[in-house]
Design a protein around this ligand. Sequence first.
Ligand code: F6R
Length: 625
Amino acid sequence: MPPQYRQAGPDNPSRKVITHVCGIVGYTGADPALPFLLEGLERLEYRGYDSAGVALVEPDGVYVEKAAGRLSSLVAIVDKSRPAHVGIGHTRWATHGPPTDDNAHPHTDCTGRIAAIHNGIIENYRELRAELQAAGHVFSSETDTEVIPHLLEARAGYSLGDAALYARQRLEGAYAFLAVSADEPDAVVAVRQASPLVLGLGETGNYLASDITALLPYTRDVMILDNGEMAVITGRDVEIRDGAGTVVERAVSHIEWTAEEASRGGYPHFMLKEIMEQPDAWSDCLRGRIGADDSILLEELGLCPGDLESVDRIQLIAAGTAYHACLIAQRWIEEWARVPVRVDVSSEFRYQRPILSPGTVVVAVSQSGETADTLAGVSLAKDAGFPVWAVTNVVGSTLAREVHRVLYTRAGPEVSVCSTKAYTTQLLVLALLADALAGVHSTEPRASVIPHLQSLPGLGAEWLSERRSLGPAITRVASSPSVFYIGRGVDYAVALEGQLKLKEISYIHAEAYPAGELKHGTLALIEQGVPVVAVMSSGALLPKVRSNIMEVRARGGSVLAVIPESLAGEMDDLAETTIPIPTTDERVAPILAALPLQLLAYDVATSLGRDVDKPRNLAKSVTVE
Ligand code: F6R
């Protein structure tokens, strides 16, 4: 039976609640805690969030106040006369599930004496929740977070630190949490498991935060917690224990960054920070979505059983960078699953009277989930009675609320107008969808793409850590009135995204062409020194692209080649500059190829002194037609 489509709702797995890139602060010391907690949360606002809350430790229990929406909603209701000296605060940015008061952090145990806040994803929360409920614990939110205070409560009689070590053993996933207990009124406990936490040493007390930005007005002396570590802080002491529970010494680092630099993680621009964050975003995007046998866990992806079987055709709609992700996905889905795919720019689709045959699923791809043209396309498809799915980064966005299924990219908030990590995580989600479709629709034997997707975070991180300056190539591109990008097959779509990056932040005219198409007109524009970026992410059709490059070279064009390391030698006689990318399976190579193209655009734009994070005439979210 075909799946029944209904609006995403609490009973629909595509609304499963996972909190992700959140802001965390904590204080214990001689001063009242609340002023620091509220100021710290305000300093973390730039990260994006959808609700906020605080917990203060008081003699008869923990006072908790929390509210969906802006921090100002919390400030309006919190009792500012509370003198507590110990507390924790949180801004939540959900990747799944509704941003409600109930789901906002902190969460408490059954007694109301323990409160916890958390950043990240607890993969085994369903099992833990069932276990704790069976033992009599009562839950009051849909979050994965709430298992933490109940796990701590389950260790009644132990110190808060020992209870936290127990919780760390039980929790699976990538997360960081802070907890307080009215039974240990001086302490804040912290656990870091792959989600950042920094400990600040102050004059009057000690601090914890997910991000140095929150601490800077109070202290510049910090200790960074490592993965697997647990810390117990009081106003006077700090104790850090490693995975085995052994106390570890940690050197104090003095931070020289300004607050603005700190909010960008020390990078000069959000765009560079977000480029560098991609390997982590890729890990987050894949986390919990792959089964032991390399199968895709459809419900974790946001789909329901039976969704894929009835898909005969896919219509992808999107704008800008998201449209380029769709062009790549079209190749993947058609090639791997043999399901026909049509891609339209949303602003065209909405006025085209598209012919959608029965069995078509419309998939709208949008980072913000607020792009007016994409939303209009979604309405059109829904009104015509078609199932509509979304790939988006923002929980609670209009798109997420409007569609029947939501596949979240989990890139975390993207601040820079120029999209980078949202784009590559869109590609990852679309690759998972293509692979899942192939599993259902294709009878052709094929090697699994999953191990290759899983190797991307490692390959990307290594490549980014070795990033070399492109020197003269940057100068050449920066001084040219026009730049051309070429590629064949899927690399044409990669090239389209590369030229958009360059255009939007450097203001240099750029165009992308299928490499074989250049000779049908555009070659007339190639003359001495004109930069041509040739994208060969996997080396597919390499001899053909080499011929096209020769045509460019014969007219004096200056070629910059993006090519796998193993094939870089092929460009020795042709390219002025070669940027080798890691050699990997050709199906996932387009994701890696995005990195050098983003960095090329970034380096050119900064060399020209452009306002990289806020390019002229552009907005992060295009909510007008
Ligand atoms: C380019 C960029 C834009 C967006 C486009 C769609 O870097 O960010 O091209 O991709 O405006 O936005 P979303 O994905 O929010 O629908």
